[in-house]
Design a protein around this ligand. Sequence first.
Ligand code: ZN
Length: 134
Amino acid sequence: MNITHIEHIGIAVENMEEAIAYYENVLGLTCYAIEEVADQKVKTAFFQVGQTKVELLETTDPDGPIGKFIANRGPGLHHIAFAVDGVADSLQQAEDKGIRLIDKTPRPGAENLRIGFLHPKSTFGALTEFCGKK
Ligand code: ZN
C-alpha cells in the first residue's frame, strides 16, 4: 500500500457547537464544512491544518459507533486516517498480513471519499482508517 499522509484525525465530541467554538476561537482554525454521514450516524465538522484535517464527530444516534465510543470511553481522540491510493487494495493488503478489518470493502465517508477501518485490536489500540478517492 502507499500511504501519502495523515488525511485526518477524528475526535469524538459531545457537543459539536462548543467544540467548533474552541477550534475557531482558541486555536484560530476555520470550520470549512459540516456534513452528516448517515452510514456512520455522525455529524462531522472539518478544519484544515496543513495537509491534514481535524474531523470532529458528534453522534446522531446514541447507538451509533460514536455514541457507543463516548459512552464507553468518553470524548476525545477517536481515530487516525491515512490517505491511501486505493482503499480496497490497502484493506486487502492489511488483511493478507493478518490484520483484522472492520470493513472488508470500502464504504462512503465524508467529503465524497471512500473509507475503510482496521480493527483497533490489530492496530495497537488506535482505530485506523484508510481514506481515498477510490
Ligand atoms: Zn475519519
